[in-house]
Ligand binder design. Structure first.
Ligand code: S3P
Length: 434
C-alpha cells in the first residue's frame, strides 16, 4: 500500500491510540498461566497481538474474544481461563512470533520451564534479531535450547528441563530480556537474582505483583521466586508509544492541539514527555489516575517553539521506541539535538538509526548517523518526498507524521507495515487532515 500525506493548515483533535502492546502481551501471557478467570479489555490491536495470542493458543491457553463485553463494559475483551503454572500443553506445530520480539523473548522464558518440546520462529526480521541475550542466561538456568548460529538466532527449540535460579547481570537494559528471565523464574526451583544496568519498562513486575507473585525489587535488582499466580482483570491504557506520534505532530505543527485521553503514564515509559518538556513543548496533563496498577492521564500537546536537547544515558531504555519520532521533533527544534547511547536501535524491527536517517534525509533534514545515535540540526522545515518503511511499523508511522508537517506531498511506500501495532494509523492521519 502507498499512503500520500500532506500538511493540513490546522491539526486539532482527540486521538485514542490502541491499547498498550507491552501491557496487553503481559496480561495475556501471565493470565494464561494463572489460576482463575480474567477479562482483559482495550487489548492492543494489530499483527503483534495475533502473534502473541497465536503462540499462547498453540500452547493450549484458553482465550476467548468477546464483543460487547458485559463484564468489562467495553466493546471488546478477552476472557482468559488460566491453566495454572503447569497447565500448558505441548504445541503440535512450530509457534510463530511473526514480527514481535516481545512475543519471542517472553514466550521463550515460558517455554524454557515447560516439561515438553517446543519450537518458536518468526518472520525474516525477527529471525535476524539477537536471541543470545536470552538463550545464554536461560541455558545457565538449566534450559535445553537449540537455535541457528550457535543458539543466537531463531528458530529456537526447547526441550523440557527443570530450571534453577541464577544471579545474572544483564548486558543490556532490555525489558524483553528482563521479562523473559522473570517468567522463567516462575519455573525455577531456587530464586533468580537479576541485576539491570538501567531501568526499562516494568509492566511485568507490576502485573506479577498484582497477581500475588513473589517479587522483590531493590533499586535495579529484582529477585523472583516461583509461586502460583492469581488471575487479574486488566483494563489496558492507551499505548504510550502509539500516543507519542500524535503528541509530537502537535508540538511541531504551527497550528495544532491534540489530546490523548487515557494515555499510559508509567514512568518507565514517559521518557518521551520528559524529553519534550526539556525541548520546551506545551504539554498539559489532566485526570491522572491508576488503571489496574498502571498510571494513566489525559495528555494534551499544542504547537510549541521547540529547542534542541541531548538524549542519552539512563533515559534511552525508557524512550527506546520513541527515538525515531523524537528525531523528527528535533528537525523542528532550534539548535542541534544529539541522540547517543542508543545502539539498541540497530537491532529492533529494522536498524532504526539508519532507517530514520534515510527517511529524514530524503525529506531534506539536516541529520547525520553516528555509531550509537543521530545528530540533528533543526531547520523547521521538511519537503515532501518518497520514503520507505524499512519493514518497520515505527518508521512507517514516523514517515506519516513527517508528511503531516512537511511542505508538498510525502509518499510512504509499504505503509501497511504500520498495522503491526497500529492498524488504524492512516485513517487517523486522514481524519486529522479533514
Ligand atoms: C518491549 C520492550 C522494548 C521495546 C519493545 C517492547 C516490551 O524493548 O522496544 O517494543 O514489551 O518488553 P527492549 O527489550 O529493548 O526494552
Amino acid at each position: 500500500m502507498i499512503s500520500k500525506v500532506t500538511s493540513p493548515r490546522r491539526l486539532y483533535g482527540r486521538v485514542k491510540p490502541p491499547g498498550d502492546k507491552s501491557i496487553s502481551h503481559r496480561a495475556s501471557l501471565l493470565n494464561s498461566i494463572a489460576t482463575g478467570i480474567s477479562h482483559v479489555s482495550n487489548f492492543c490491536v494489530g499483527d503483534d497481538r495475533s502473534s502473541m495470542l497465536g503462540c499462547l493458543k498453540g500452547l493450549g491457553a484458553n482465550i476467548t474474544r468477546h464483543t460487547d463485553c458485559k463484564i468489562s463494559g467495553s466493546q471488546e475483551c478477552f476472557e482468559i481461563v488460566g491453566a495454572g503454572l503447569h497447565g500448558l500443553s505441548e504445541p503440535t506445530d512450530v509457534l510463530n512470533a511473526g514480527n514481535s520480539g516481545t512475543t519471542m523473548r517472553l514466550i521463550s522464558g515460558l517455554l524454557a520451564g515447560q516439561d515438553f518440546f517446543s519450537v518458536i520462529t518468526g518472520d525474516e526480521s525477527l529471525r535476524n534479531r539477537p536471541m543470545k541475550r536470552i538463550t545464554d542466561p536461560l541455558t545457565q538456568m538449566g534450559a535445553k535450547i537449540n537455535g541457528r548460529n550457535n543458539d543466537s538466532l531463531a528458530p529456537l527449540s526447547f526441550t523440557g528441563h527443570t530450571l534453577k535460579g541464577i544471579e545474572y547481570t544483564m548486558p543490556v537494559a532490555s525489558a524483553q530480556l528482563k521479562s523473559c528471565l522473570i517468567i522463567a523464574g516462575l519455573y525455577s526451583s531456587t530464586p533468580n537474582l537479576i541485576h539491570q544496568p538501567a531501568e526499562s519498562r516494568d509492566h511485568t513486575e507490576r502485573m506479577l505483583n498484582s497477581m500475588g507473585g513473589l517479587l522483590e525489587i531493590d533499586g535495579l535488582t529484582i529477585k523472583t521466586d516461583s509461586k502460583e499466580l492469581k488471575s487479574v482483570d486488566v483494563k489496558v491504557p492507551s499505548d504510550t508509544s502509539g500516543s507519542a506520534f500524535w503528541l509530537i505532530a502537535a508540538a511541531c505543527h504551527p497550528d495544532a492541539k491534540i489530546t490523548i485521553p487515557g494515555m499510559g503514564m508509567n514512568p518507565t515509559r514517559t521518557g518521551v514527555l520528559e524529553i519534550l518538556e526539556s525541548m520546551n513543548a506545551n504539554i498539559s496533563i489532566e485526570n491522572e489516575h491508576l488503571e489496574g496498577g498502571e498510571p494513566t492521564a489525559d495528555v494534551t500537546v499544542s504547537s510549541s517553539d521547540l529547542i534542541a536537547t541531548e538524549i542519552s544515558g539512563e533515559v534511552i531504555p525508557r524512550v527506546v521506541d520513541e527515538l525515531p519520532i523524537l528525531a523528527l521533533a528535533a528537525c523542528y527544534a532550534t539548535g542541534t539535538t544529539i541522540i547517543s547511547d542508543a545502539e539498541e536501535l540497530r537491532v529492533k524491527e529494522s536498524d532504526r538509526i539508519s532507517a530514520t536517517v534515510d527517511s529524514l534525509n530524503r525529506l531534506g533534514a539536516k541529520i547525520e548517523e553516528t555509531k550509537d545515535g543521530m545528530k540533528i540540526t533543526g531547520t523547521h522545515s521538511l519537503t515532501g518526498a518518497e520514503v520507505e518503511t524499512h519493514g518497520d511499523h515505527r518508521i512507517a508511522m514516523t514517515n506519516g507524521i513527517a508528511g503531516l508537517l512537511a511542505s508538498g506531498e510525502t509518499t510512504v511506500g509499504n505503509s501497511e507495515d504500520a498495522s503491526v501495532s497500529y492498524p488504524s494509523f492512516w485513517e487517523v492521519i486522514k481524519e486529522l487532515q479533514e
